[in-house]
Design a binder for this molecule. Sequence first.
Ligand code: GCV
Length: 740
Amino acid sequence: MVRASRTPGDSVHAARQQTGFLALALLLLAALLLPRPALAEDGYDLWLRYRPIPESEAAPYRARIAQLVAPATTPSQQATRDELVRGLGGLLGTPPPLADAAGVEGALIVGTPASSKQIARLGLATKDLGREGYRIRSVEIDGRDATVIAANTDAGAMHGAFHFLRLLQTRQPMASLDIREAPRTQLRMLNHWDNLTRHVERGYAGESIWDWHKLPDYLSPRYTDYARANASIGINATVLNNVNASAQQLTPMYIEKAAALANVFRPYGIRVFLSARFSAPVEIGGLKTADPLDPQVRAWWKAKADDIYKAIPDFGGFLVKANSEGQPGPQDYGRTHADGANMMADAVKPHGGIVIWRAFVYSHETPDDRAKQAYNEFVPLDGKFRGNVMVQVKNGAIDFQPREPFHPLFGAMPKTPLMMEFQITKEYLGFATHLAYLGPMFEETLRADTYARGKGSTVAKVIDGELHRGTLFKSGLTGMAGVANIGSDRNWSGSHFDQANWYVFGRLAWNPELSSRDIAEEWTRMTFSNDAAVVQPIVAMMMGSREAVVDYMTPLGLHHLMGRSHHYGPGPWVEGGPRADWTSVYYHRATKDGIGFDRTTRGSDAVSQYAKPVAAQFDDPAKTPEEFLLWFHHLPWDYTTKSGRTLWDELVVHYSRGVDAVADMRRTWDGLSGKIDPERHAQVATFLSIQQKEAQWWRDASIAYFQTFSQRPLPEGYAPPAHPLDYYESLEFPFAPGNG
Ligand code: GCV
């Protein structure tokens, strides 16, 4: 055998190579031994992070989850099993082994009596759980401990699985579980104000997540993660497009694209709805009219509905904004909102669909107080809608302000199912950079007492149907909608804390009587940490955050004082333009004599739209809760407030308190450095610094402006605005995001 001879050069080369291999091996070893950097925390995982439970706490969980019995014969069951494997695998280090039947101590069994023999044999009562509820129970099977997640349907089992994961994520004990949950409302829905251009009206989280151009062929993995996130909090419906709708959305091309999304969402129990443009029969149907009583128009909608249901068999129905802010509607033809809604309801009825008709209507041709117009328009229509129509009502009578009294329509339409509309995106609460947890705001409205059927007639009971169940409105439809804050930003919502607003909306839609504080704690544990030294300060910060925004933007019942059109920053001086009720001066009515909108019986009489005890309270400044004072009353600058201070001084105190609260939030957050991953900590810290600057801006601009009317000095110790009023008035933001 001939060996190749080696030259001296070869051995140098070989030696170099050896050293190189050694160095590489050492590097690899070091890489294995050195503490590895944590996964990049960019917020994409939302509250479904499933980071490992520390070893010191994991044993009891492992003991209870030693085996997973979860059938996967339908797409929905498969999705549930995948989520459990992913979640338990992340939380416990490795996923439990899968089995067809419980065979060891500590099995976890998930399913329905139809999908699981063992669940059927246990005979757990599931009747009252309805279509989406579930039970989670510790049981014994053949003398061995097991845990069962049982439901009547795959959707219920999925909700139960997410609940079970939440128990681990928030470190709840597992030993003797007996949980029974069923949603209190039927429709828990997101409203996307997303245009086909991917611009999101009032969106502050990038562009639309729906990549319409690439649909239906390309299905971004985001769509599945969107469905997972929604299913995890019980959201079961989504309206894909803006209520300021394009008729194009109803063309065959876009129906096919919507159908592709519906296919992704279906296993997660989420149904697709579309916003429909009332004039579509004219714009894309070639008809001369969209008159709801015209037979051709009715036939057009029927055929359109038939086409949609062919593509999307479980299509939910239409959401409609009509005769509002320039949108077409039945009144263009001298018809009523009921005529319009009923015509569309008839079209979807054979398929089991519904129509959600928005009550957000006001007309600049009507000289009446804008706050009264929806009530005036809709109360006479109570009882005139088809059984498959819901009327969707914003939480307050103006427009998603940082604080509004509850909408007088709640409780005033006993024969009509009313759907709540909250705004999750923060159009009026500082966009994505202001930390404002909206839970307390939602809760405030839901707990408000309408007195519609005596004391205790809360808005929550109107929404979940309890107040009128079995008596007046018969259809039993119930629901809650939230205008989504979701976009293409990596963290979905534009900021880490805005994810909490999506989360709390879903949880309250499931059960409108939950506590926003409990939900904040749950979210914090899942999103940041279970360490009490993190949970406690974050929850405290979240719970005070919305009140801080109210203080530095619109204290004591002031409202609608933001910059024109884009709604960014203060604009109490906004006047003129196309319509009075799009200005600020219309709402604050400041003069040298005082400030506030007189909605009492002596003024616009909006108070009389509420039930008697509520009206009596709001009619009297001494009885009106101070947070609504200037919503209902025009009062002199030296009016004595509850603190004993004059109204002017009290306003300045509130504005300043709001800014101070943001400074406190910054301090709290700084104190959490090292306890939170650096990526998310840094972004929140920067956003808080923006918020502080802007809170100061709101305070200073508002004080500078209102001082021109009050003509009073600032109370002792309160700093004057940093700039003269004309500086604030001169600021322009032509490219602020989300403008309609
Ligand atoms: C979708 C407010 C917003 C509009 C929005 C409207 C509505 O006026 O500024 O962008 O339009 O509410 O809820 O329809």
